[in-house]
Design a protein around this ligand. Sequence first.
Ligand SMILES: [Zn+2]
Length: 438
Amino acid sequence: MNDLDPAASTLTAASHYSLACALCSARQRDDGLLLECKRDHPPALLRTEYKQQNFMPRLDKRGLSRYQDWLPSPRLRDDVGRTMVYRSSGLGNALRLPNLWIAFNGYWPERHADLETATFKELEAGAVLGRLPESGVFLALASSGNTGTAFAWACSRAESPCLIVVPERGLARFRFRGPLHPSVRIVSIEGGDYSDAIRLAATVAQIPPFQAEGGIKNVARRDGLGAVLLSAYDEMRCLPTHYFQAVGSGTGAVAAHEAAKRICAGRPGLTLPRLMLCQNWPFAPIYTAWRQRVNSDEGALREAGTRVYADELTNSAPPYEVAGGVYDSLVESAGDVLIAGNDSVRRAMSMFEELEGIDIEPAAGVAVACLREAVRQRRVDGDSVVLLNVTGGGRKRLGSKYLLVQAVPQRRITRQLRRDDETFRALADSFLGGYRCR
Ligand SMILES: [Zn+2]
């Protein structure tokens, strides 16, 4: 261990992990909020280092807390669900992949999948809230839809203050099994996109006591999402050779890679899965950066974002170059980036529902479409052990079982107002007033 921070030299019983910088290896004790290394150097992610070095699921737990020893979340709730993993016969037979495993994230009671907002973002929301100090933190975050719904529902159940900024078209996903607790506030941006939401949330997060959730920089977000791979290893008893996932920011894929490295560190001889990252063409900044070595033009991406089916993947500034980020994970895992167009995605969604018996989200359809194409191109074959991350599914099933309540934003603003700092401050103040009145 390089450059040990004396404060982190002794792991106490309450601290089952410490944080280490991906670039300079400096270690820090976590306060539940840290997002960056304190040293002056190019951007780099912090990583968790756990006292428990072997994969040791808590066998008496069914939900995410089964992996408590590898989550930086001392206050993780027992009611946070997790990924269900099974070996596919329907899609596996159709694609002639006898070793196709599905990591299903969503609602599917027959398979005991119980993520109530129907995507794997619930793993990150549960882990992030479980990491926060007990009180005094008002989370501010941006979402294109699924992250926001996961946080809204998790914060509502925990009665934690939270401000969520979402583009108007993402609001349709804000439907829940009951009304949200008043601690959860939603701002929608009329005519805005995900980039607008990110900018507004970042501005509000600078106004105390609001706190940026941090996106990929938040170790709890990554380790929560990485639990997909832990569930897979738990069920499969081996690591896949290929890991397919649709990506917007790529955080989930970086997280899966980190989780695989953690498993491999405790079991020499295992090989890291190849990351096969999937994007919905023409919105594909990670594909363009990886395959063509060029950065996408922001204006072109904004226009492309209006044309893709899987709008939850429209992150125009993915953490590609940050140390420990998407590029590094692709290189370390000998991975690749694939694309699928809208028609192919729609066909893949129908195919999955027909063969496996459950509806899936457009993002998951992107992964299925790219997997199908990878089989056709013989990038994977009958000898491959493939893990397909179905990042969201069962929303239709959830809607048929429960009368879902549509959440209404407390404030709607127009895109023209988004660069007006005074408007943001007034907005933040009005929310703080609301919290004080509770
Ligand atoms: Zn550092």
